[in-house]
Design a protein around this ligand. Structure first.
Ligand SMILES: Cc1cc2nc3c(=O)[nH]c(=O)nc-3n(C[C@H](O)[C@H](O)[C@H](O)COP(=O)(O)O)c2cc1C
Length: 319
């Protein structure tokens, strides 16, 4: 499937960036209501999938309305990565995204994520093997500008193209930067000139930035932290009107998660989401503190309900 076809029905060319611990299936589906073009799962280990890890499989639960959606895998063994995309839970996704950007020590020291930036030959083998296994399904690769500098980013983008990648998402920071400083988009035009559609990623929070990056040659944008607690950012990027009933969304988020996870897990997962949904609201701090001590999801939702009236709605008209 071409990237144009993938985004044919989207109001804007936007991706919800994969974020471990945040882009669970319920949050991805909530972003759907606000017009996100493509969602991506949290990263899952190809090795764990092949070994039959129950947790990895459960992490790949997907709601049918969350379409199109990609599964993000990480690893460094071409045959294992190719085998992992044939696991049923992975096969239900519309495409595969390979993580070649994760800077976390535990991942890099294992040869995964951004370790592959230093091994372009091995990265090429991983990409080709996965592409062969998924046949006509689209394949994307997500990576950073480089390890300590951006000297090899153009070669890396070309390698992705030659190995069968359909589009790339570039986080315009180096691994060394982790999440510090600001994303540096100065090489966007050069990367786009390689001929692969490029999704620009890093610090995007406004339609102005979106339009500017498209103007400069990006095919679309990928948004991570800006959307946490603010799923309506996708409507804002598209220039569409939006409204959100925060209590309804928080309650739906928890109820959906409960389809797959125990109450203890749902309650703990929801704590960070509630903090994000309520961020910036006047007098929210004491509720967020109380929510952090909640023992059950029912208790957590009662606290949220006590703070937000059930019909409290924020809309684009009163931004
Ligand atoms: C909590 C957290 C978890 C993340 N997990 C992943 C991940 O699983 N896979 C991935 O490719 N990137 C991951 N990232 C990186 C984001 O996808 C994105 O590249 C980065 O946050 C920059 O974009 P932003 O400024 O829009 O957040 C994560 C980032 C954060 C903050």
């Amino acid at each position: 499937m071409s990237v144009d076809k993938l985004f044919a029905n989207a109001p804007a060319k936007t991706i919800l960036a994969p974020m471990a611990g945040y882009t669970d299936f319920a949050f991805r589906d909530i972003c759907r209501d606000y017009g996100v073009g493509l969602t991506v799962t949290e990263m899952v280990s190809s090795k764990a999938l092949v070994m039959g890890s129950e947790l990895s499989r459960r992490m790949l639960y997907r709601l049918p309305s969350d379409t199109p959606s990609f599964c993000q895998i990480f690893g460094h063994e071409p045959s294992v990565m190719a085998e992992s995309v044939l696991v049923d839970e992975v096969k239900q996704y519309d495409g595969i995204d390979i993580n070649m950007g994760c800077p976390v020590h535990k991942i890099v020291s294992n040869g995964d994520g951004s370790a592959l930036l230093e091994k372009p030959d091995l990265a090429a083998k991983c990409i080709s093997a996965v592409k062969l296994a998924i046949k006509d399904k689209p394949l994307s690769v997500k990576f950073r500008l480089g390890v300590a500098d951006s000297n090899h980013v153009i070669d890396f983008a070309k390698m992705c193209k030659d190995s069968g990648t359909d589009f790339i998402t570039v986080h315009f920071r180096t691994r060394k930067q982790m999440y510090s400083g600001v994303a540096d988009y100065s090489l966007l035009e050069n990367i786009a000139a390689c001929g692969l559609p490029v999704f620009a990623n890093g610090d995007i929070t406004s339609r102005e930035q979106y339009l500017n990056l498209i103007d400069r040659g990006a095919y679309g944008v990928s948004v991570g932290r800006g959307a946490v607690g603010k799923p309506y950012l996708f409507a804002q990027l598209a220039g569409s009107p939006w409204e959100i009933n925060l209590y309804d969304v928080i309650s739906r988020h928890a109820t959906e998660l409960a389809k797959v996870f125990s109450d203890r897990v749902v309650c703990n997962e929801m704590k960070k989401h509630v903090a994000a949904y309520l961020k910036g609201m006047r007098n929210a701090k004491s509720t967020v503190v109380a929510v952090n001590s909640a023992k059950t999801t029912e208790e957590l939702l009662k606290l949220v309900c006590g703070f937000l009236s059930r019909d409290y709605v924020v809309t684009s008209n009163i931004e």
